[in-house]
Ligand binder design. Structure first.
Ligand code: NDP
Length: 478
């Protein structure tokens, strides 16, 4: 139990206006589907139905790709970088202006705590649009030679863990480089993408530059396989990433894939342990652990393991789980019943395979999808909970004795998205960063993001980079 109770501090949801049903955003307007069906989207914290949205069909996909092509040919590819930049700055400012509304909507649709959507997700969304707005008229100086050309129409498919942030990671660089887009948000989190459609209208973005198709996996598949698409950008599971890589192989489409991870967070015996505890909590319990780069494997040096675990358990007892709209909440709802089943299943496998499971005393709300913060000790490298992406608030703890052993264990994974190092020694940080096969290595911190910094994986975590100057390459014909 927390050391003392906090009075509830709920953020008002009256700022959001969720419509009973939505169409598709194609050619600058909300339209009814041609061959799509409808499905309901729910609040994962309460199971309340929020709205009805369209699962776009193949003809809807055709229409959206045609609209994006027409906008590319007639307007967007002909605008100067300076003029594209103006639109992007306008989008960034509108996101800032509507930040409270977007944060509340994201928390309602996704289940993440308002503290995170308000302080992390939405500010980073605005930051991405500001950052790439700045690049739009400077592409000649980005290091890809003079006059780099856009690719054309980008098909972008994003997951449910950071719905609006992933939208920004995809749309901002694509537009800055002169491409037009058709984006499909995840089935369980369509609402902030639809709010973004409204922002595009408010910004007077030329019709067809951004098109948003809601739907499930079938819509995503039809979109990435569409012959009118020049570029595919996907973030999600490694399994679907493989299918996409297969489906575009042999076509002219350019692809970037940002897939799963099983990051090691490595704590050496000279690390500031209190700080490391905060970093471990942020690494795996931020966003309920629904983070591709989550620090889901804690590797701790044996001599400090007991002390660190005592501190970590003490800290976990103070985390507040509950209403995502309450400003005191640290841990929100699991995004869907399916994801909850997967987390439960892998946690049971962890116990069956012999690891020791621990959670702080923690009352779970009756309705909605919830899972307590959980850690497993006595984990060995062969356990499934040490190898597979659980994508939930579950930490697997392993120990090591020497730096070489830490490196070997950290790299013993098919993934390679991120890693963390906790130590007092700068030289050890640099040595570890060279040894670790991970796209991002955080030192004495974790889960820090910035639009100027490239992000992406090695091995089965995908290919291509998003963010920073590197992120431009994915949307230019270079
Ligand atoms: P998916 O990879 O299935 O979903 C990501 C996106 O791709 C969604 O928009 C999805 O639509 C869409 N999609 C699904 N199938 C296809 C397809 N054949 N072609 C094109 N697009 C497709 O992830 P899930 O949501 O199913 O989650 C499953 C697991 O994936 C999680 O448990 C987690 O381990 C991992 N995951 C990893 C993420 C990461 O960033 N690394 C992000 C999300 C999940 P729809 O949502 O409608 O199915």
């Amino acid at each position: 139990m927390p050391t003392f109770e906090y009075a509830p501090a709920p953020e008002s949801r009256s700022i959001v206006d969720i419509q009973p049903s939505y169409g598709l955003y194609i050619g600058g307007e909300m339209v009814d589907p041609i061959d799509g069906s409808r499905f309901k989207t729910v609040n994962p914290a309460t199971e309340e139905v929020l709205s009805e949205v369209v699962a776009a069909g193949p003809q809807d996909v055709d229409r959206a790709v045609d609209a994006a092509r027409a906008a590319y040919d007639s307007t967007w590819s002909r605008l100067s970088g300076r003029d594209r930049g103006k639109y992007l700055y306008r989008l960034a400012r509108l996101v800032q202006e509507r930040s409270r509304e977007l944060a509340v909507l994201e928390s309602i649709d996704n289940g993440k705590p308002i503290r995170e959507s308000r302080d992390v997700d939405v500010p980073l969304v605005a930051a991405h649009f500001f950052y790439y707005a700045g690049w739009a008229d400077k592409l000649d100086y980005a290091g890809f030679g003079p006059g780099p050309r856009p690719l054309g129409v980008a098909a972008q498919v994003i997951p449910w863990n950071f719905p609006l942030l992933m939208l920004a990671w995809k749309i901002a660089p694509a537009l800055a480089c002169g491409n037009t887009v058709v984006l499909k948000p995840a089935e369980t989190t369509p609402l902030t993408a639809l709010a973004f459609a409204d922002i595009c209208q408010q910004a007077d973005l030329p019709p067809g530059v951004v098109n948003i198709l809601t739907g499930a996996g079938e819509t995503g598949r039809a979109l990435v396989e569409h012959p009118g698409v020049d570029k595919v950008a996907f973030t999600g599971s490694t399994e679907v990433g493989r299918q996409i890589a297969r489906s575009v192989a042999g076509t002219r489409k350019k692809v970037t894939l940002e897939l799963g991870g099983k990051a090691a967070n490595v704590v050496f015996d000279d690390a500031p342990l209190d700080q490391a505890v905060e970093g471990i909590v942020n690494g795996i319990f931020f966003n309920q652990g629904h983070v591709c780069c989550a620090g889901s494997r804690l590797l701790v040096q044996e001599s400090v393991a007991d002390e660190l675990l005592d501190g970590l358990k003490r800290r976990l007892t103070t985390l507040r789980l509950g209403d995502p709209l309450d400003k005191n909440t640290d841990i929100g709802a699991i995004n869907s019943a399916e994801q909850l089943d997967k987390i439960r299943m892998l946690s049971e496998v962890g116990e069956t395979e012999g690891a020791e499971r621990w959670s702080p005393p923690c009352a779970l709300p009756e309705r909605g999808f919830w899972f307590p913060p959980t850690l497993f000790t006595g984990v060995s490298q062969s356990h499934r909970i040490a190898r597979e992406e659980i994508f939930g608030p579950v930490l697997s703890v392993l120990t090591f004795r020497t730096p070489a052993e830490a490196v070997e264990k950290a790299n013993n994974t098919p993934y390679g998205l991120s890693a963390g190092v906790w130590t007092d020694k700068g030289s050890r940080i640099l040595w570890m960063a060279q040894q670790l096969r991970a796209g991002v290595v955080w030192a004495n911190t974790f889960n820090r993001f910035d639009p100027t910094s490239p992000f992406g994986g090695y091995k089965e975590s995908g290919y291509g980079r998003e963010g920073g100057r590197h992120g431009l390459r994915a949307y230019l014909d270079v």
